[in-house]
Design a protein around this ligand. Sequence first.
Ligand SMILES: [Zn+2]
Length: 69
Amino acid sequence: MTITTKKVKKRFVAGAKCPKCHAKESIVLFKENGIETVECVDCDYREQQTEAKVAKKASGAVIGVFTPD
Ligand SMILES: [Zn+2]
């Protein structure tokens, strides 16, 4: 898996409405360190979609690695 932290591509979410300032078409979606992040360009609203299930699965895959003979 390739994670690019320097080049962050921000995409506008069509039809999205900011829950804080209620501005329309102001929500951008991008990945920060592999975490889905939504941000409002009009105010300081910001939310990260930390999916516990995904994180658990990912770490479990790393911890659970075993090499059969
Ligand atoms: Zn906003």
